[in-house]
Design a binder for this molecule. Structure first.
Ligand code: AMP
Length: 206
């Protein structure tokens, strides 16, 4: 039994040496190859990333710093999904908002009349975050597609936003945002006004 353990241990040592030798010769080949710089920088980067992660576990970053970092990630995701959404803009395909208008998918409705629907955003960016949309899209996939015939509905959407602000108790200060096109991070191609409030807003927006 004792002998077997020793053999097992010496096998382990042997494998360890073999693995180390293989890694060394791999590095040696890398140093000779054209991908040397890239490979070394990858190794270096992963080491830096590891040490940052390790350090964060030991010494957690302040909350505001972590919030700022997650904001950068979120923004990058938004940009990517906005670009993907923009690819289908002119197909006329129904959007998720058509399903909300048809009550095929649930939403929390805040205000409704014969022309517009206002419902809570599923991913709120403020204590109050309501979307106001025309029930009949009529080519208004985005504000950038507005034509003279849309004047009335555009005015109605703005007035409905004020009614929403009043109902939500934020008339003392609120913001109305329209993202138009991929550069503005529009992700749903059915015109919509974001009504935001309930917290101190900053300027300029991101
Ligand atoms: P935008 O990025 O300006 O096109 O805004 C689209 C908004 O629609 C985003 O703020 C989303 O959070 C919101 N949204 C997407 N799907 C839903 C949904 N099913 N219910 C409520 N809001 C939604």
């Amino acid at each position: 039994m004792y002998t077997i353990i020793i053999q097992y241990r010496s096998l382990q040592v042997c494998f360890k040496y073999m693995a180390t030798a293989a890694i060394h010769s791999f590095h040696f080949h890398l140093l000779k190859g054209p991908a040397t710089v890239r490979a070394l920088s990858t190794i270096k980067t992963s080491r830096i990333e590891f040490s940052i992660r390790h350090t964060q576990r030991l010494f957690p970053l302040p909350l505001h710093f972590r919030r700022a970092m997650s904001h950068v990630n979120a923004r990058n995701d938004e940009e990517a999904s906005a670009k993907a959404a923009a690819a289908n803009v002119d197909s006329g395909a129904p959007t998720i908002f058509d399903k909300i208008i048809a009550k095929e998918i649930p939403s929390t409705i805040v205000y409704e009349d014969e022309k517009v629907l206002a419902f809570r955003d599923i991913n709120p960016q403020a204590p109050v975050h309501v979307l106001v949309i025309p029930k009949f899209r009529d080519g208004l996939t985005q504000l950038g597609k507005a034509e003279a015939r849309h004047e009335e509905i555009l005015g109605h959407l703005l007035y409905a936003s004020k009614i929403v602000a009043e109902k939500e108790g934020i008339l003392d200060g609120f913001r109305v945002v329209i993202n138009s096109g991929p550069t503005a991070c529009q992700s749903v191609y059915h015109l919509h006004l974001h009504v935001l409030g309930g917290r101190q807003m900053k300027w300029p927006p991101g």
